[in-house]
Design a protein around this ligand. Structure first.
Ligand SMILES: Nc1nc2c(c(=O)[nH]1)N[C@H]1C(S)=C(S)[C@@H](COP(=O)(O)O)O[C@H]1N2
Ligand SMILES: [Mo]
Length: 234
């Protein structure tokens, strides 16, 4: 009986509930599900950290765990907000600050010299586009640990971009590339990806109004989370 009971418990923990203090349009889930735009896509095997940082494909440098280890370690507890409207409270991340790493890599002062756009890419082929300034805040991390343990395959091993002020799809798991660009990059997600995706401004979609995306998004949460468990087993 344990199997069915635990599945039922998992489903109950995935039911989004209204809860005070969440950003606009968000509902709380007790579980922290594995989630994805394409949930059946397998999570990549765990590899050592190798983060290729470049400017428009040139000035390439590959950073390893020891390169990241030269920076101050930061612990940060933040709520996590998926654009499909589920939020999970109180994730405890550990890592180094994005701004420290890029400043050190390029010797650039914060905000100047760095190109204005960025593509962050993952070992599973996923990528997200950014305005560089959105990642320069002190709460944006290159995280290696979650809730006191190294990141697992479900949640982004070995390295994850954590940008708590932006929706989940900007929090790229299995991070392998940071490529700075002078012109706005084309999004691999198409119109679904808002360039900034700031949670407090409810920037969910690049063109559609929020009322048009919220209902389909809500309906997708359960099936996506259940499919993502299967994607993990592949
Ligand atoms: N590499 C990678 N990163 C990703 C995704 C993905 O499919 N692959 N999905 C994004 C989406 S839509 C969300 S909501 C979060 C989910 O993070 P979690 O699986 O740790 O809950 O990861 C984001 N980062
Ligand atoms: Mo998401």
């Amino acid at each position: 009986m344990r199997g069915p009971i635990s599945v039922a418990a998992t489903i109950a923990d995935l039911v989004p509930r209204r809860s005070g203090g969440l950003p606009p349009g968000q509902r709380e889930v007790r579980a922290f599900p594995r989630f994805a735009d394409k949930p059946l896509r397998p999570a990549p095997p765990i590899e050592p950290i190798a983060l290729e940082v470049s400017v428009e494909g040139a000035e390439r440098r590959t950073l390893t765990e020891s390169d990241l280890g030269r920076h101050d370690v930061v612990e940060l507890t933040r709520d996590f907000h998926c654009v499909t409207t589920w939020s999970h409270r109180g994730l405890r991340w550990r890592g180094v600050r994005f701004v420290d790493v890029v400043t050190d890599t390029f010797g650039a002062g914060v905000g100047d010299e760095l190109p204005p756009y960025l593509v962050a890419s993952a070992a599973d082929g996923v990528s997200a586009t950014f305005v560089t300034v959105d990642l320069l805040g002190h709460d944006v991390l290159l995280a290696t640990d979650l809730d006191g343990a190294p990141l697992d395959r479900a949640h982004g091993a070995p390295l994850r971009l954590v940008s708590p002020g932006q929706y989940g799809y900007k929090n790229v798991k299995h991070l392998v590339g940071l490529d700075f660009r002078c012109r706005q990059p084309v999004s691999a997600l198409g119109g679904k990806e808002h360039l900034r995706a700031r949670v407090d401004r409810e920037e969910r979609h690049s063109t559609l109004p929020n009322w048009a995306v919220t209902i389909p998004n809500r309906l997708s949460i359960g099936p996506t989370a259940l499919a993502a468990v299967r994607g993990l087993a592949r």
